[in-house]
Design a protein around this ligand. Structure first.
Ligand SMILES: Cc1cc2nc3c(=O)[nH]c(=O)nc-3n(C[C@H](O)[C@H](O)[C@H](O)COP(=O)(O)OP(=O)(O)OC[C@H]3O[C@@H](n4cnc5c(N)ncnc54)[C@H](O)[C@@H]3O)c2cc1C
Length: 254
Protein backbone atom coordinates (compact mmCIF):
# COMPACT_ATOMS: atom_id res chain seq x y z
CA UNK A 1 0.00 0.00 0.00
CA UNK A 2 0.97 3.60 -0.58
CA UNK A 3 -0.53 6.93 0.30
CA UNK A 4 -1.76 8.94 -2.66
CA UNK A 5 0.57 11.95 -3.04
CA UNK A 6 -0.26 15.66 -2.55
CA UNK A 7 -0.06 16.45 -6.26
CA UNK A 8 -2.83 13.96 -7.05
CA UNK A 9 -5.33 16.19 -5.25
CA UNK A 10 -4.24 19.44 -6.85
CA UNK A 11 -5.83 21.37 -9.63
CA UNK A 12 -3.15 20.99 -12.33
CA UNK A 13 -3.41 23.28 -15.35
CA UNK A 14 -2.03 20.53 -17.61
CA UNK A 15 -4.59 17.91 -16.47
CA UNK A 16 -8.18 18.68 -17.55
CA UNK A 17 -10.81 18.40 -14.79
CA UNK A 18 -8.11 17.83 -12.16
CA UNK A 19 -8.42 18.91 -8.55
CA UNK A 20 -10.21 17.28 -5.67
CA UNK A 21 -12.60 19.13 -3.39
CA UNK A 22 -10.18 18.48 -0.51
CA UNK A 23 -6.41 18.33 -0.20
CA UNK A 24 -3.95 15.63 0.77
CA UNK A 25 -3.87 16.89 4.35
CA UNK A 26 -7.50 15.77 4.80
CA UNK A 27 -6.45 12.14 4.33
CA UNK A 28 -3.00 12.26 5.89
CA UNK A 29 -4.16 11.28 9.40
CA UNK A 30 -6.32 8.46 8.03
CA UNK A 31 -3.40 7.03 6.07
CA UNK A 32 -1.33 7.05 9.28
CA UNK A 33 -4.12 5.18 11.06
CA UNK A 34 -4.48 2.72 8.18
CA UNK A 35 -0.77 1.86 8.21
CA UNK A 36 -1.00 1.32 11.98
CA UNK A 37 -4.16 -0.76 11.73
CA UNK A 38 -2.67 -2.95 9.03
CA UNK A 39 0.55 -3.21 11.07
CA UNK A 40 2.47 -2.15 8.01
CA UNK A 41 5.40 0.27 8.29
CA UNK A 42 4.85 3.50 6.36
CA UNK A 43 6.93 3.59 3.15
CA UNK A 44 8.90 6.69 4.12
CA UNK A 45 10.44 4.87 7.07
CA UNK A 46 12.28 2.64 4.62
CA UNK A 47 13.87 5.42 2.66
CA UNK A 48 16.90 6.26 4.79
CA UNK A 49 17.83 2.65 5.27
CA UNK A 50 17.47 1.93 1.56
CA UNK A 51 19.73 4.83 0.61
CA UNK A 52 22.37 3.61 3.06
CA UNK A 53 22.29 0.06 1.68
CA UNK A 54 22.26 1.17 -1.95
CA UNK A 55 24.57 4.19 -2.46
CA UNK A 56 23.66 4.18 -6.17
CA UNK A 57 20.35 5.79 -5.17
CA UNK A 58 22.18 9.06 -4.41
CA UNK A 59 23.15 9.35 -8.07
CA UNK A 60 19.69 8.40 -9.32
CA UNK A 61 17.61 10.66 -7.11
CA UNK A 62 17.56 14.29 -8.11
CA UNK A 63 15.32 16.89 -9.67
CA UNK A 64 13.42 14.38 -11.77
CA UNK A 65 13.31 11.15 -9.83
CA UNK A 66 12.81 10.21 -6.22
CA UNK A 67 12.76 6.92 -4.37
CA UNK A 68 9.44 5.59 -3.14
CA UNK A 69 8.05 2.33 -1.82
CA UNK A 70 5.08 0.07 -1.71
CA UNK A 71 4.55 -1.37 1.78
CA UNK A 72 3.40 -4.93 1.27
CA UNK A 73 0.53 -6.28 3.35
CA UNK A 74 0.71 -10.06 3.32
CA UNK A 75 -2.55 -10.79 5.13
CA UNK A 76 -4.75 -12.40 2.51
CA UNK A 77 -8.00 -12.62 4.45
CA UNK A 78 -7.87 -9.14 5.92
CA UNK A 79 -11.54 -8.42 5.23
CA UNK A 80 -12.94 -11.92 5.64
CA UNK A 81 -15.55 -12.62 8.34
CA UNK A 82 -13.15 -14.09 10.98
CA UNK A 83 -11.28 -10.78 11.16
CA UNK A 84 -14.35 -8.60 11.42
CA UNK A 85 -15.25 -9.35 15.04
CA UNK A 86 -15.43 -5.67 15.97
CA UNK A 87 -18.06 -4.98 13.33
CA UNK A 88 -20.00 -8.21 13.87
CA UNK A 89 -20.27 -7.73 17.62
CA UNK A 90 -21.06 -4.03 17.48
CA UNK A 91 -24.51 -3.45 19.04
CA UNK A 92 -25.51 -1.02 16.31
CA UNK A 93 -24.38 -3.12 13.37
CA UNK A 94 -26.23 -5.84 11.57
CA UNK A 95 -24.11 -7.41 8.87
CA UNK A 96 -25.81 -9.01 5.87
CA UNK A 97 -23.53 -11.15 3.78
CA UNK A 98 -24.23 -12.51 0.28
CA UNK A 99 -26.51 -9.52 -0.13
CA UNK A 100 -25.81 -7.64 -3.34
CA UNK A 101 -27.38 -4.22 -3.70
CA UNK A 102 -29.07 -4.31 -7.10
CA UNK A 103 -31.02 -1.08 -7.13
CA UNK A 104 -31.73 2.04 -5.10
CA UNK A 105 -35.37 3.11 -5.08
CA UNK A 106 -35.70 6.86 -5.24
CA UNK A 107 -38.59 8.57 -3.51
CA UNK A 108 -41.06 9.89 -6.07
CA UNK A 109 -39.76 13.48 -5.65
CA UNK A 110 -36.31 12.19 -6.60
CA UNK A 111 -34.73 13.76 -3.53
CA UNK A 112 -34.05 10.80 -1.24
CA UNK A 113 -33.58 7.06 -1.29
CA UNK A 114 -36.61 5.21 -0.03
CA UNK A 115 -35.01 1.75 0.02
CA UNK A 116 -32.04 -0.33 -1.03
CA UNK A 117 -32.96 -3.50 -2.89
CA UNK A 118 -30.83 -6.57 -2.25
CA UNK A 119 -30.55 -9.97 -3.85
CA UNK A 120 -28.47 -13.09 -3.26
CA UNK A 121 -27.21 -15.57 -5.85
CA UNK A 122 -30.21 -17.87 -5.41
CA UNK A 123 -32.53 -14.97 -6.29
CA UNK A 124 -33.76 -14.35 -2.74
CA UNK A 125 -34.45 -10.64 -2.34
CA UNK A 126 -34.78 -8.18 0.52
CA UNK A 127 -35.04 -4.46 1.03
CA UNK A 128 -33.39 -2.17 3.55
CA UNK A 129 -34.77 1.19 4.58
CA UNK A 130 -32.70 3.75 6.42
CA UNK A 131 -32.60 7.40 7.28
CA UNK A 132 -29.19 7.76 5.65
CA UNK A 133 -27.74 5.54 2.93
CA UNK A 134 -23.99 5.58 2.34
CA UNK A 135 -22.67 3.93 -0.81
CA UNK A 136 -19.32 2.25 -0.18
CA UNK A 137 -19.17 -0.24 -3.06
CA UNK A 138 -15.91 1.00 -4.53
CA UNK A 139 -15.20 3.33 -7.44
CA UNK A 140 -16.72 1.17 -10.18
CA UNK A 141 -19.70 -0.36 -8.41
CA UNK A 142 -20.90 2.90 -6.82
CA UNK A 143 -21.27 4.36 -10.29
CA UNK A 144 -22.88 1.19 -11.67
CA UNK A 145 -25.47 1.06 -8.91
CA UNK A 146 -26.35 4.74 -9.35
CA UNK A 147 -26.69 4.27 -13.11
CA UNK A 148 -28.70 1.06 -12.73
CA UNK A 149 -31.16 2.84 -10.44
CA UNK A 150 -33.05 4.53 -13.24
CA UNK A 151 -36.71 3.90 -12.49
CA UNK A 152 -37.34 7.46 -11.25
CA UNK A 153 -34.32 9.35 -12.64
CA UNK A 154 -34.11 8.12 -16.24
CA UNK A 155 -30.32 8.67 -16.53
CA UNK A 156 -29.56 7.13 -13.16
CA UNK A 157 -29.29 8.79 -9.77
CA UNK A 158 -27.24 12.00 -9.75
CA UNK A 159 -26.49 11.64 -13.43
CA UNK A 160 -28.34 14.61 -14.87
CA UNK A 161 -25.22 15.76 -16.75
CA UNK A 162 -23.70 12.35 -17.53
CA UNK A 163 -21.09 12.83 -14.85
CA UNK A 164 -21.50 9.61 -12.84
CA UNK A 165 -18.53 7.36 -13.57
CA UNK A 166 -16.93 9.88 -15.90
CA UNK A 167 -13.88 10.45 -13.71
CA UNK A 168 -12.99 6.83 -13.21
CA UNK A 169 -9.22 6.48 -12.99
CA UNK A 170 -7.07 3.48 -13.64
CA UNK A 171 -3.35 3.15 -13.23
CA UNK A 172 -2.18 1.57 -16.47
CA UNK A 173 1.01 -0.49 -16.45
CA UNK A 174 3.40 -0.66 -19.38
CA UNK A 175 6.96 -1.60 -20.13
CA UNK A 176 8.75 1.69 -20.47
CA UNK A 177 12.22 0.80 -21.74
CA UNK A 178 15.33 -1.07 -20.88
CA UNK A 179 18.63 -0.37 -19.18
CA UNK A 180 21.68 -2.19 -20.48
CA UNK A 181 25.35 -2.17 -19.61
CA UNK A 182 27.31 -2.59 -16.39
CA UNK A 183 25.50 0.32 -14.68
CA UNK A 184 22.31 -1.71 -14.77
CA UNK A 185 23.38 -4.21 -12.12
CA UNK A 186 23.71 -1.89 -9.11
CA UNK A 187 20.40 -0.34 -10.17
CA UNK A 188 18.79 -3.74 -10.38
CA UNK A 189 20.10 -4.61 -6.94
CA UNK A 190 18.69 -1.39 -5.55
CA UNK A 191 15.34 -1.42 -7.31
CA UNK A 192 14.70 -4.97 -8.44
CA UNK A 193 14.07 -6.61 -5.10
CA UNK A 194 11.83 -6.31 -2.09
CA UNK A 195 13.42 -6.04 1.33
CA UNK A 196 12.07 -6.38 4.84
CA UNK A 197 12.71 -3.25 6.91
CA UNK A 198 11.43 -2.98 10.49
CA UNK A 199 9.22 -6.02 9.94
CA UNK A 200 7.54 -4.71 6.78
CA UNK A 201 8.26 -5.87 3.26
CA UNK A 202 9.00 -2.88 1.07
CA UNK A 203 9.08 -2.87 -2.71
CA UNK A 204 11.04 0.03 -4.19
CA UNK A 205 10.00 2.24 -7.08
CA UNK A 206 11.20 5.42 -8.74
CA UNK A 207 8.76 8.29 -8.85
CA UNK A 208 8.61 11.24 -11.18
CA UNK A 209 9.08 14.16 -8.80
CA UNK A 210 6.38 16.76 -8.32
CA UNK A 211 8.54 19.48 -9.87
CA UNK A 212 9.30 17.29 -12.90
CA UNK A 213 5.58 16.68 -13.41
CA UNK A 214 4.99 20.42 -13.30
CA UNK A 215 7.85 21.15 -15.68
CA UNK A 216 6.97 18.42 -18.17
CA UNK A 217 3.19 18.64 -17.87
CA UNK A 218 3.21 14.96 -17.00
CA UNK A 219 0.92 12.78 -14.95
CA UNK A 220 2.01 11.16 -11.73
CA UNK A 221 3.85 7.95 -12.45
CA UNK A 222 6.34 5.51 -11.07
CA UNK A 223 8.63 2.89 -12.46
CA UNK A 224 9.99 -0.35 -11.15
CA UNK A 225 12.89 -2.35 -12.43
CA UNK A 226 12.77 -6.03 -13.23
CA UNK A 227 15.05 -8.52 -14.86
CA UNK A 228 14.03 -9.61 -18.35
CA UNK A 229 15.62 -12.56 -20.07
CA UNK A 230 17.29 -11.25 -23.24
CA UNK A 231 17.93 -13.38 -26.34
CA UNK A 232 21.40 -14.26 -25.02
CA UNK A 233 20.33 -16.44 -22.13
CA UNK A 234 23.83 -16.49 -20.65
CA UNK A 235 23.61 -12.76 -19.89
CA UNK A 236 20.35 -13.30 -18.07
CA UNK A 237 21.83 -16.14 -16.06
CA UNK A 238 24.72 -13.98 -14.91
CA UNK A 239 22.40 -11.12 -14.05
CA UNK A 240 20.06 -13.44 -12.13
CA UNK A 241 23.02 -14.87 -10.24
CA UNK A 242 24.25 -11.38 -9.38
CA UNK A 243 20.79 -10.50 -8.13
CA UNK A 244 20.59 -13.62 -5.97
CA UNK A 245 23.99 -12.87 -4.51
CA UNK A 246 22.49 -9.54 -3.55
CA UNK A 247 24.53 -7.60 -1.08
CA UNK A 248 27.57 -9.84 -1.47
CA UNK A 249 27.94 -9.01 -5.13
CA UNK A 250 29.48 -5.60 -4.43
CA UNK A 251 32.36 -7.25 -2.61
CA UNK A 252 33.13 -9.63 -5.48
CA UNK A 253 32.99 -6.89 -8.10
CA UNK A 254 36.03 -5.07 -6.78
C1 LIG B 1 -4.49 -4.05 -6.28
C2 LIG B 1 -4.87 -2.72 -5.71
C3 LIG B 1 -3.94 -2.00 -4.97
C4 LIG B 1 -4.28 -0.76 -4.41
N1 LIG B 1 -3.35 -0.08 -3.69
C5 LIG B 1 -3.66 1.11 -3.15
C6 LIG B 1 -2.69 1.83 -2.37
O1 LIG B 1 -1.57 1.38 -2.17
N2 LIG B 1 -3.04 3.02 -1.84
C7 LIG B 1 -4.30 3.55 -2.04
O2 LIG B 1 -4.56 4.63 -1.52
N3 LIG B 1 -5.23 2.88 -2.76
C8 LIG B 1 -4.94 1.69 -3.32
N4 LIG B 1 -5.86 1.02 -4.07
C9 LIG B 1 -7.19 1.60 -4.21
C10 LIG B 1 -8.01 1.30 -2.96
O3 LIG B 1 -7.97 -0.09 -2.73
C11 LIG B 1 -9.42 1.75 -3.14
O4 LIG B 1 -9.42 3.12 -3.44
C12 LIG B 1 -10.20 1.52 -1.84
O5 LIG B 1 -10.18 0.16 -1.51
C13 LIG B 1 -11.62 1.96 -2.03
O6 LIG B 1 -12.29 1.67 -0.81
P1 LIG B 1 -13.82 1.54 -0.76
O7 LIG B 1 -14.18 1.17 0.64
O8 LIG B 1 -14.43 2.76 -1.37
O9 LIG B 1 -14.20 0.33 -1.75
P2 LIG B 1 -13.73 -1.19 -1.75
O10 LIG B 1 -12.54 -1.41 -0.90
O11 LIG B 1 -13.66 -1.57 -3.21
O12 LIG B 1 -14.94 -1.94 -1.06
C14 LIG B 1 -16.21 -2.07 -1.72
C15 LIG B 1 -16.94 -3.26 -1.13
O13 LIG B 1 -18.29 -3.25 -1.61
C16 LIG B 1 -18.64 -4.56 -2.05
N5 LIG B 1 -19.65 -4.40 -3.12
C17 LIG B 1 -19.46 -3.98 -4.40
N6 LIG B 1 -20.63 -3.94 -5.07
C18 LIG B 1 -21.58 -4.33 -4.20
C19 LIG B 1 -23.01 -4.47 -4.29
N7 LIG B 1 -23.67 -4.20 -5.43
N8 LIG B 1 -23.68 -4.90 -3.20
C20 LIG B 1 -23.02 -5.17 -2.03
N9 LIG B 1 -21.68 -5.04 -1.87
C21 LIG B 1 -20.98 -4.63 -2.94
C22 LIG B 1 -17.34 -5.17 -2.56
O14 LIG B 1 -17.44 -6.58 -2.52
C23 LIG B 1 -16.34 -4.61 -1.54
O15 LIG B 1 -16.26 -5.41 -0.41
C24 LIG B 1 -5.57 -0.22 -4.63
C25 LIG B 1 -6.52 -0.97 -5.34
C26 LIG B 1 -6.18 -2.19 -5.89
C27 LIG B 1 -7.24 -3.00 -6.67
Amino acid sequence: MRAIGPIDFRDRSWVPHSGWPFGHEALHGYYREAFKLFQVGAPDQARTEWQAIHPVMKAVEGDNLSLGFWSIDNVGDRFAVPRLGDVLSHPQCRVLIHATATNLSLASDGQSISRVNLRDVSGKSATVTAQHVILALGGIENARLLLASNDVAANGIGNGHDQVGRYFMEHPHARGGKIVGPGALPLLRALGRRRTINGTIHAPLLRLSQSAQERMGALNSALTLGLRRPEAASTATIAALALRMGDHFGRFQG
